[in-house]
Design a binder for this molecule. Structure first.
Ligand code: FCB
Length: 441
Protein backbone atom coordinates (compact mmCIF):
# COMPACT_ATOMS: atom_id res chain seq x y z
CA UNK A 1 0.00 0.00 0.00
CA UNK A 2 1.31 3.44 -0.88
CA UNK A 3 0.74 6.06 1.71
CA UNK A 4 1.83 9.70 1.47
CA UNK A 5 2.18 11.42 4.73
CA UNK A 6 2.32 15.17 4.31
CA UNK A 7 3.78 17.18 7.17
CA UNK A 8 2.32 20.51 8.30
CA UNK A 9 3.70 23.67 6.74
CA UNK A 10 6.55 25.04 8.77
CA UNK A 11 7.56 21.64 10.14
CA UNK A 12 11.23 22.06 11.04
CA UNK A 13 13.54 19.74 9.09
CA UNK A 14 17.11 19.55 10.25
CA UNK A 15 20.19 17.56 11.07
CA UNK A 16 22.24 17.41 14.25
CA UNK A 17 25.83 17.09 15.41
CA UNK A 18 27.81 17.77 18.58
CA UNK A 19 31.04 19.63 19.20
CA UNK A 20 33.37 16.88 20.41
CA UNK A 21 32.15 14.46 17.77
CA UNK A 22 32.98 16.66 14.78
CA UNK A 23 35.09 19.73 15.53
CA UNK A 24 38.60 18.46 16.16
CA UNK A 25 40.89 21.44 16.82
CA UNK A 26 41.23 20.12 20.34
CA UNK A 27 43.91 22.58 21.38
CA UNK A 28 43.31 25.52 19.08
CA UNK A 29 42.52 29.20 19.73
CA UNK A 30 42.64 29.02 23.48
CA UNK A 31 40.32 26.06 23.98
CA UNK A 32 40.64 24.36 27.34
CA UNK A 33 40.65 20.63 27.90
CA UNK A 34 37.37 18.77 28.20
CA UNK A 35 36.62 15.50 29.95
CA UNK A 36 36.33 13.87 26.52
CA UNK A 37 39.85 15.00 25.60
CA UNK A 38 41.07 13.35 28.76
CA UNK A 39 38.94 10.23 28.47
CA UNK A 40 39.65 9.53 24.80
CA UNK A 41 43.39 9.69 25.46
CA UNK A 42 43.26 7.33 28.43
CA UNK A 43 44.32 3.83 27.34
CA UNK A 44 41.53 1.36 26.71
CA UNK A 45 38.59 3.75 26.93
CA UNK A 46 37.87 4.05 23.21
CA UNK A 47 37.38 0.63 21.65
CA UNK A 48 39.29 1.60 18.49
CA UNK A 49 42.01 3.53 20.31
CA UNK A 50 40.97 6.71 18.47
CA UNK A 51 40.22 10.20 19.79
CA UNK A 52 38.50 13.40 18.71
CA UNK A 53 41.63 15.55 18.28
CA UNK A 54 40.86 15.98 14.59
CA UNK A 55 37.51 14.21 14.14
CA UNK A 56 35.82 15.69 11.04
CA UNK A 57 37.97 18.81 11.20
CA UNK A 58 34.71 20.69 11.18
CA UNK A 59 36.45 23.50 13.03
CA UNK A 60 38.04 24.36 9.69
CA UNK A 61 35.60 22.79 7.26
CA UNK A 62 32.32 24.16 8.62
CA UNK A 63 31.66 26.29 5.56
CA UNK A 64 31.82 23.31 3.21
CA UNK A 65 29.75 21.22 5.64
CA UNK A 66 27.02 23.85 5.73
CA UNK A 67 27.03 24.03 1.94
CA UNK A 68 26.25 20.32 2.05
CA UNK A 69 23.55 20.85 4.67
CA UNK A 70 22.03 23.37 2.30
CA UNK A 71 22.23 20.88 -0.54
CA UNK A 72 20.23 18.51 1.68
CA UNK A 73 17.62 21.29 2.01
CA UNK A 74 18.06 21.44 5.79
CA UNK A 75 16.06 24.27 7.27
CA UNK A 76 17.63 23.91 10.68
CA UNK A 77 20.86 22.64 12.15
CA UNK A 78 21.42 21.55 15.73
CA UNK A 79 24.98 21.82 16.98
CA UNK A 80 26.57 22.03 20.39
CA UNK A 81 29.01 24.52 21.80
CA UNK A 82 32.15 23.25 23.46
CA UNK A 83 32.07 24.81 26.92
CA UNK A 84 35.91 24.81 27.28
CA UNK A 85 36.23 26.81 24.05
CA UNK A 86 34.26 29.57 25.75
CA UNK A 87 35.55 29.15 29.29
CA UNK A 88 38.80 27.13 29.16
CA UNK A 89 38.55 26.26 32.85
CA UNK A 90 34.76 26.34 32.98
CA UNK A 91 34.30 29.78 34.52
CA UNK A 92 36.10 33.07 35.03
CA UNK A 93 37.79 34.59 32.02
CA UNK A 94 35.97 34.21 28.74
CA UNK A 95 37.91 33.11 25.64
CA UNK A 96 36.79 35.49 22.90
CA UNK A 97 38.30 33.36 20.14
CA UNK A 98 35.86 30.62 21.14
CA UNK A 99 32.88 32.94 20.91
CA UNK A 100 34.15 34.22 17.55
CA UNK A 101 34.32 30.70 16.18
CA UNK A 102 30.66 30.04 16.97
CA UNK A 103 29.80 33.44 15.60
CA UNK A 104 31.28 32.37 12.27
CA UNK A 105 29.18 29.21 12.42
CA UNK A 106 25.98 31.10 13.13
CA UNK A 107 26.66 33.62 10.37
CA UNK A 108 27.47 30.91 7.85
CA UNK A 109 24.23 29.07 8.67
CA UNK A 110 22.05 32.16 8.54
CA UNK A 111 23.52 33.17 5.18
CA UNK A 112 22.30 29.84 3.85
CA UNK A 113 18.84 30.15 5.33
CA UNK A 114 19.54 27.48 7.97
CA UNK A 115 18.21 28.17 11.45
CA UNK A 116 20.79 27.40 14.20
CA UNK A 117 19.62 25.40 17.24
CA UNK A 118 22.25 25.50 19.95
CA UNK A 119 22.85 22.74 22.49
CA UNK A 120 24.80 24.10 25.46
CA UNK A 121 25.99 20.82 26.91
CA UNK A 122 26.65 17.78 24.77
CA UNK A 123 29.02 16.16 27.26
CA UNK A 124 32.35 17.96 26.86
CA UNK A 125 32.64 19.38 30.37
CA UNK A 126 35.75 21.46 31.07
CA UNK A 127 38.27 19.15 32.73
CA UNK A 128 39.02 21.77 35.38
CA UNK A 129 35.45 21.52 36.61
CA UNK A 130 35.66 17.75 36.64
CA UNK A 131 38.76 18.10 38.80
CA UNK A 132 36.51 19.82 41.34
CA UNK A 133 33.91 17.05 41.22
CA UNK A 134 32.19 17.82 37.92
CA UNK A 135 28.41 17.61 38.09
CA UNK A 136 28.60 16.14 41.59
CA UNK A 137 29.62 19.60 42.68
CA UNK A 138 26.62 21.90 42.70
CA UNK A 139 28.82 24.85 41.69
CA UNK A 140 29.01 23.34 38.20
CA UNK A 141 25.31 24.09 37.73
CA UNK A 142 25.96 27.75 38.57
CA UNK A 143 28.92 27.99 36.20
CA UNK A 144 26.76 26.37 33.55
CA UNK A 145 24.20 29.14 33.95
CA UNK A 146 26.92 31.79 33.56
CA UNK A 147 28.11 30.08 30.40
CA UNK A 148 24.52 29.94 29.10
CA UNK A 149 24.14 33.67 29.77
CA UNK A 150 27.38 34.46 27.92
CA UNK A 151 26.19 32.57 24.84
CA UNK A 152 22.73 34.03 25.00
CA UNK A 153 24.14 37.56 25.21
CA UNK A 154 26.35 37.02 22.20
CA UNK A 155 23.97 35.02 19.98
CA UNK A 156 20.49 35.78 21.31
CA UNK A 157 19.85 38.28 18.51
CA UNK A 158 20.31 35.52 15.92
CA UNK A 159 19.65 32.22 17.69
CA UNK A 160 16.08 31.58 18.86
CA UNK A 161 16.24 27.97 19.98
CA UNK A 162 18.34 26.67 22.85
CA UNK A 163 18.76 23.17 24.23
CA UNK A 164 20.28 23.21 27.69
CA UNK A 165 21.45 19.64 28.27
CA UNK A 166 21.72 16.69 25.93
CA UNK A 167 20.55 13.41 27.47
CA UNK A 168 21.01 13.76 31.23
CA UNK A 169 20.27 10.05 31.67
CA UNK A 170 23.20 9.11 29.45
CA UNK A 171 25.50 11.54 31.25
CA UNK A 172 24.48 10.15 34.64
CA UNK A 173 24.36 6.47 33.74
CA UNK A 174 26.88 5.87 30.98
CA UNK A 175 29.29 8.48 32.31
CA UNK A 176 28.95 7.57 35.98
CA UNK A 177 27.46 4.08 36.44
CA UNK A 178 28.87 1.94 33.62
CA UNK A 179 31.79 4.32 33.08
CA UNK A 180 31.78 3.77 29.32
CA UNK A 181 31.66 7.55 28.74
CA UNK A 182 33.68 10.36 30.26
CA UNK A 183 34.40 10.87 33.07
CA UNK A 184 34.39 7.08 33.38
CA UNK A 185 33.08 6.84 36.95
CA UNK A 186 31.31 3.72 38.24
CA UNK A 187 29.25 4.72 41.21
CA UNK A 188 25.48 4.94 41.56
CA UNK A 189 25.59 7.61 44.27
CA UNK A 190 27.72 9.82 42.05
CA UNK A 191 25.29 9.26 39.19
CA UNK A 192 22.31 10.40 41.25
CA UNK A 193 24.09 13.60 42.26
CA UNK A 194 25.15 14.18 38.67
CA UNK A 195 21.60 13.62 37.40
CA UNK A 196 20.13 16.08 39.89
CA UNK A 197 22.71 18.78 39.29
CA UNK A 198 22.26 18.47 35.55
CA UNK A 199 18.60 19.23 36.11
CA UNK A 200 19.45 22.13 38.43
CA UNK A 201 21.85 23.37 35.74
CA UNK A 202 19.06 23.09 33.19
CA UNK A 203 16.78 25.17 35.41
CA UNK A 204 19.38 27.85 36.10
CA UNK A 205 20.44 28.03 32.45
CA UNK A 206 16.82 28.37 31.36
CA UNK A 207 16.45 31.37 33.66
CA UNK A 208 19.77 32.82 32.51
CA UNK A 209 18.88 32.57 28.83
CA UNK A 210 15.49 34.12 29.39
CA UNK A 211 16.96 36.92 31.49
CA UNK A 212 19.25 37.93 28.62
CA UNK A 213 16.91 37.18 25.76
CA UNK A 214 13.19 37.31 26.47
CA UNK A 215 12.09 35.82 23.14
CA UNK A 216 14.29 32.71 23.36
CA UNK A 217 12.79 29.24 23.15
CA UNK A 218 14.42 26.95 25.67
CA UNK A 219 14.19 23.18 25.93
CA UNK A 220 16.11 20.07 26.94
CA UNK A 221 16.87 16.91 24.97
CA UNK A 222 16.16 13.58 26.63
CA UNK A 223 17.08 10.11 25.47
CA UNK A 224 13.86 8.30 26.12
CA UNK A 225 14.00 4.61 25.33
CA UNK A 226 10.54 3.21 25.88
CA UNK A 227 10.80 0.13 28.05
CA UNK A 228 8.54 -2.67 26.89
CA UNK A 229 7.89 -5.92 28.73
CA UNK A 230 9.15 -9.14 27.16
CA UNK A 231 5.79 -10.83 27.74
CA UNK A 232 2.44 -9.99 29.34
CA UNK A 233 3.36 -11.80 32.54
CA UNK A 234 3.01 -9.65 35.69
CA UNK A 235 6.67 -10.27 36.58
CA UNK A 236 7.87 -9.02 33.19
CA UNK A 237 5.54 -6.05 33.30
CA UNK A 238 6.88 -5.13 36.74
CA UNK A 239 10.48 -5.44 35.59
CA UNK A 240 9.79 -3.15 32.63
CA UNK A 241 7.98 -0.66 34.82
CA UNK A 242 10.85 -0.53 37.31
CA UNK A 243 13.28 0.13 34.50
CA UNK A 244 11.07 2.88 33.05
CA UNK A 245 11.06 4.53 36.49
CA UNK A 246 14.83 4.36 36.64
CA UNK A 247 15.36 5.71 33.14
CA UNK A 248 12.64 7.75 31.42
CA UNK A 249 10.75 8.85 34.53
CA UNK A 250 13.93 9.71 36.45
CA UNK A 251 14.13 12.87 34.32
CA UNK A 252 10.64 13.30 32.90
CA UNK A 253 8.90 13.40 36.29
CA UNK A 254 10.97 16.19 37.86
CA UNK A 255 10.85 18.21 34.64
CA UNK A 256 7.13 17.88 34.01
CA UNK A 257 5.76 16.93 37.40
CA UNK A 258 8.07 18.62 39.91
CA UNK A 259 8.85 15.34 41.73
CA UNK A 260 11.09 12.34 41.36
CA UNK A 261 9.05 9.17 40.83
CA UNK A 262 8.59 7.42 44.20
CA UNK A 263 10.03 4.22 42.76
CA UNK A 264 13.34 5.95 42.08
CA UNK A 265 13.68 6.28 45.84
CA UNK A 266 12.62 2.66 46.40
CA UNK A 267 15.17 1.52 43.87
CA UNK A 268 18.04 3.82 44.72
CA UNK A 269 17.44 4.68 48.37
CA UNK A 270 15.96 7.75 49.99
CA UNK A 271 18.76 10.06 50.85
CA UNK A 272 20.73 9.75 47.67
CA UNK A 273 19.28 12.58 45.62
CA UNK A 274 20.54 15.92 47.03
CA UNK A 275 17.35 17.97 46.57
CA UNK A 276 17.37 21.44 48.11
CA UNK A 277 14.08 23.20 48.93
CA UNK A 278 13.54 25.22 45.75
CA UNK A 279 15.08 22.75 43.32
CA UNK A 280 12.00 21.02 41.98
CA UNK A 281 10.25 24.30 41.22
CA UNK A 282 13.35 25.46 39.40
CA UNK A 283 13.62 22.23 37.43
CA UNK A 284 9.95 22.10 36.50
CA UNK A 285 9.59 25.70 35.34
CA UNK A 286 7.79 25.70 32.03
CA UNK A 287 9.94 25.24 28.95
CA UNK A 288 9.18 25.95 25.32
CA UNK A 289 9.81 22.52 23.89
CA UNK A 290 10.92 19.01 24.77
CA UNK A 291 13.64 17.46 22.64
CA UNK A 292 13.43 13.69 22.25
CA UNK A 293 16.31 11.60 20.97
CA UNK A 294 14.99 8.28 19.78
CA UNK A 295 16.95 5.34 18.44
CA UNK A 296 15.48 2.15 19.86
CA UNK A 297 13.43 0.58 22.62
CA UNK A 298 14.44 -1.50 25.61
CA UNK A 299 12.84 -4.91 26.03
CA UNK A 300 12.92 -6.34 29.51
CA UNK A 301 11.56 -9.29 31.42
CA UNK A 302 11.99 -10.52 34.96
CA UNK A 303 14.98 -12.54 33.75
CA UNK A 304 16.71 -9.46 32.38
CA UNK A 305 17.17 -7.55 29.15
CA UNK A 306 16.21 -9.17 25.88
CA UNK A 307 19.04 -8.34 23.52
CA UNK A 308 17.78 -10.34 20.57
CA UNK A 309 14.09 -10.15 19.83
CA UNK A 310 13.34 -12.94 17.35
CA UNK A 311 12.62 -11.51 13.90
CA UNK A 312 13.91 -8.02 14.71
CA UNK A 313 16.55 -6.17 12.73
CA UNK A 314 19.51 -4.67 14.61
CA UNK A 315 21.82 -1.80 13.61
CA UNK A 316 25.60 -1.67 13.86
CA UNK A 317 25.20 -0.40 17.42
CA UNK A 318 23.31 -3.58 18.29
CA UNK A 319 20.15 -1.49 18.68
CA UNK A 320 16.82 -2.95 17.64
CA UNK A 321 15.08 -1.17 14.76
CA UNK A 322 11.63 -0.44 16.17
CA UNK A 323 9.73 2.44 14.62
CA UNK A 324 6.30 1.38 16.02
CA UNK A 325 7.73 1.83 19.52
CA UNK A 326 8.36 5.50 18.69
CA UNK A 327 4.68 5.94 17.89
CA UNK A 328 3.74 4.22 21.16
CA UNK A 329 6.24 6.33 23.09
CA UNK A 330 4.92 9.61 21.71
CA UNK A 331 1.34 8.60 22.51
CA UNK A 332 2.30 7.51 26.03
CA UNK A 333 4.25 10.65 26.84
CA UNK A 334 1.41 12.77 25.54
CA UNK A 335 -0.98 10.96 27.84
CA UNK A 336 1.22 10.79 30.94
CA UNK A 337 2.58 14.35 30.95
CA UNK A 338 1.47 17.85 30.15
CA UNK A 339 4.16 18.48 27.57
CA UNK A 340 5.24 21.47 25.55
CA UNK A 341 5.68 20.92 21.79
CA UNK A 342 8.17 18.19 20.94
CA UNK A 343 11.14 18.22 18.62
CA UNK A 344 12.73 14.93 17.68
CA UNK A 345 16.24 16.26 18.26
CA UNK A 346 17.99 13.04 17.18
CA UNK A 347 17.02 9.97 15.19
CA UNK A 348 19.07 7.82 12.85
CA UNK A 349 21.09 4.65 12.64
CA UNK A 350 24.58 3.27 12.21
CA UNK A 351 24.91 0.81 9.38
CA UNK A 352 27.99 -0.49 7.57
CA UNK A 353 28.41 1.98 4.73
CA UNK A 354 30.51 1.17 1.67
CA UNK A 355 31.89 4.00 -0.40
CA UNK A 356 31.85 2.91 -4.06
CA UNK A 357 34.55 3.80 -6.56
CA UNK A 358 32.13 6.38 -7.95
CA UNK A 359 31.90 8.04 -4.56
CA UNK A 360 28.43 6.81 -3.71
CA UNK A 361 27.00 5.20 -0.61
CA UNK A 362 23.93 3.03 -1.14
CA UNK A 363 22.57 3.03 2.38
CA UNK A 364 19.11 1.66 1.73
CA UNK A 365 18.77 0.43 5.32
CA UNK A 366 19.23 3.95 6.66
CA UNK A 367 16.61 5.30 4.25
CA UNK A 368 14.14 2.65 5.38
CA UNK A 369 14.95 3.37 9.02
CA UNK A 370 14.32 7.10 8.66
CA UNK A 371 11.25 6.61 6.51
CA UNK A 372 9.61 4.28 9.02
CA UNK A 373 10.43 6.55 11.95
CA UNK A 374 9.09 9.60 10.16
CA UNK A 375 5.89 7.71 9.44
CA UNK A 376 5.54 6.83 13.13
CA UNK A 377 6.06 10.47 14.02
CA UNK A 378 3.53 11.70 11.48
CA UNK A 379 0.97 9.16 12.66
CA UNK A 380 1.43 10.24 16.26
CA UNK A 381 0.96 13.84 15.13
CA UNK A 382 -2.27 12.91 13.38
CA UNK A 383 -3.32 11.26 16.64
CA UNK A 384 -2.79 14.44 18.61
CA UNK A 385 0.88 14.70 19.55
CA UNK A 386 2.40 18.09 18.85
CA UNK A 387 5.73 17.47 17.09
CA UNK A 388 7.30 20.55 15.59
CA UNK A 389 10.40 19.26 13.92
CA UNK A 390 12.85 16.47 13.22
CA UNK A 391 16.66 16.46 13.31
CA UNK A 392 18.42 13.55 11.68
CA UNK A 393 21.40 12.21 13.58
CA UNK A 394 23.74 13.00 12.04
CA UNK A 395 24.65 15.46 9.32
CA UNK A 396 28.04 13.79 8.86
CA UNK A 397 29.74 10.61 10.04
CA UNK A 398 31.62 11.40 13.24
CA UNK A 399 33.35 10.27 16.41
CA UNK A 400 30.86 7.93 18.06
CA UNK A 401 32.15 8.22 21.62
CA UNK A 402 33.55 4.93 22.99
CA UNK A 403 33.20 3.38 19.52
CA UNK A 404 35.56 5.87 17.88
CA UNK A 405 34.95 6.29 14.16
CA UNK A 406 33.71 2.73 13.70
CA UNK A 407 30.01 3.63 13.71
CA UNK A 408 28.69 5.78 10.90
CA UNK A 409 25.46 7.70 11.50
CA UNK A 410 25.83 10.41 8.86
CA UNK A 411 23.68 11.40 5.92
CA UNK A 412 27.06 12.37 4.55
CA UNK A 413 29.97 9.96 4.42
CA UNK A 414 33.30 11.20 5.76
CA UNK A 415 36.59 9.70 4.63
CA UNK A 416 38.55 10.38 7.80
CA UNK A 417 41.90 10.03 6.02
CA UNK A 418 41.27 12.70 3.42
CA UNK A 419 38.43 14.59 5.15
CA UNK A 420 36.45 14.31 1.92
CA UNK A 421 32.67 14.23 2.17
CA UNK A 422 30.24 12.25 0.01
CA UNK A 423 26.48 12.59 0.21
CA UNK A 424 24.95 9.17 0.86
CA UNK A 425 21.76 7.98 -0.83
CA UNK A 426 20.00 8.73 2.47
CA UNK A 427 21.13 12.34 2.17
CA UNK A 428 19.64 12.69 -1.30
CA UNK A 429 16.51 10.94 -0.10
CA UNK A 430 16.20 13.27 2.91
CA UNK A 431 16.62 16.30 0.65
CA UNK A 432 13.54 15.16 -1.27
CA UNK A 433 11.54 14.53 1.88
CA UNK A 434 12.27 18.09 2.95
CA UNK A 435 11.59 19.54 -0.48
CA UNK A 436 8.15 17.89 -0.68
CA UNK A 437 7.46 18.05 3.04
CA UNK A 438 6.24 14.48 2.96
CA UNK A 439 7.28 10.85 3.38
CA UNK A 440 6.10 8.06 1.16
CA UNK A 441 5.37 4.56 2.28
C1 FCB B 1 23.06 9.89 21.32
C2 FCB B 1 24.03 11.04 21.43
C3 FCB B 1 24.71 11.42 20.14
C4 FCB B 1 25.08 10.19 19.34
C5 FCB B 1 23.92 9.26 19.21
C6 FCB B 1 24.18 8.04 18.37
O1 FCB B 1 22.90 9.29 22.56
O2 FCB B 1 23.36 12.18 21.91
O3 FCB B 1 25.81 12.22 20.44
O4 FCB B 1 26.17 9.58 19.88
O5 FCB B 1 23.47 8.86 20.46
Amino acid sequence: MTENLVFPRGFVWGAATSSYQIEGAAKVDGKGQSIWDTFSHAPGKILTGENGDIACDHYNLYEADFQLAKQLNCKAYRFSVSWPRIYPIGHGKINLAGLDYYDRLVESLLEKGIDPYITLYHWDLPQSLQDKGGWVNRDTAGYFADYAAALSRRFGDRVKNWITINEPWVVASIGNVTGEHAPGVRDIKTALHVGHHLLVGHGLATQAIRATNSSANVGISLSVNPVEAATDSPADIKAADDEWNKSGRWFLDPLFGAAYPPKVYDLFGHDLIPVLPNDLALISQSIDFLGLNYYTRTVLGSKGFVNKVPGSEYTDMGWEVQSPALYRLLMKLNKDYNLPPIFITENGCAVTDQLTLEGQVHDARRIKYMQDHLISIRRAMLDGVHVRGYFAWSLIDNFEWQHGFSKRFGLIYVDFETQKRYIKDSGYWYAKVIQHNEVHK
